[in-house]
Design a protein around this ligand. Sequence first.
Ligand code: PLP
Length: 410
Amino acid sequence: MWFDPASPGKEPRMLTGETMSARPAKKIQETRKGMRLIDRFRPEVAETTRDIQPYEPVSSLPRMTERPEMEHFKLDWNESTIPPSPHVRKAVLAYLDGPVGLNIYPQLFSTDLRLKLQTHVGYPADHILVTNGSDDALDLICKTYLNPGDRVLSPYPTYTHFLLFAKSRGAVIDKLHFNDPFAADMEELIAQVTDQTKIVYVVNPNNPTGQLFTNEEIEKLAQSAPHAVILVDEAYAEFAGVSAVDLVGGYENIIVTRSFSKAYGLAGLRVGYLVTQPYTSRQLGRLYNPKSVNQLAQVAAGAVLEDMDYYRRYIDEVGESKELLARWCEHNGLDFRNTPANFVMIRVERVKDVVEALAEAGVYVRDRSSFPQLEGCFRLNVGTVEQTSRIIRRFERVLVNLGMMESKHD
Ligand code: PLP
């Protein structure tokens, strides 16, 4: 009798003589010693994958759909809080009603979108690769550059999904904890670069802490580590108004990734891009899949670029909302951390109770307290001023119910 630990609830399976003799002798010997029991009847995953735990996204969507009668505020994934502009909707519908259907593969290399992006980023199309969300750009960079054992340096806490892409190549992650997790210290980061460092991953502004490096600091990093890819993840750069794209012309080792999921409200379509010098782009082109970005995403992203006023107004409102929340937190003695991105952090006692009670009230925020140095913190993204005012009213109700705030109506 052999117990299969991969299916602990199932009946133990009998291994017949026939099955045993069909298996390579070494494998059976290993199994007898109790090694690799889990892989006995299945193909083995790659060594670089074996120790990786799946990225476990916490999604509030099921709770939202369970209560369709309620108004929900989904503030846990830093998405835009408003739909894409009417112009985007029109462009997508026009495509669906047009002569080329969804039965045809998308335009290869997203050529039309790259041509539109030229004016947006200020470089010719050979500096740009469009990807299936910026996640795919991060994965492509890891696949192209990392050998097993290479080191990837990153301030921490950061966007953890990237670390999974790096680990899947067998890279070792060097996490740098700054003394103050909310203040960026480039000298400290540069001091941690070694000859083995292959990628320095800088989310700018950082998720979740909001740390923001200046272009002078990023340039210094690129100069001091010419052997490493300086990967600047600008998923939130539109809100910060700072971009390392300006540095790309001068440094072949800088790759900037951008997203249409945050400021531009296309998270559901999955589209992002990277900007780098043509030489680096050609290296990435070795593994790039030219048909990985779906056609509706290409059309929608192109339409976003034709309607920038709509998005600039939203970005301005996000700025106003952050100030509104900051004033409310200050007034109520709550520990508030502003960021240059579209999210903020609030530190409270009993954070788990607060996050759960907010979710019950239809406000979904992200508990970040498991990160070292972020004890008691939850993160929430902000949207329009009108939405923020209503969210604040729900916060007040929740905190009063938990006995953490005086009722304003007594
Ligand atoms: N980079 C950072 C820092 C993020 O926070 C996220 C999503 O939360 C992403 C990348 C993924 O963006 P995309 O939707 O473009 O794949």
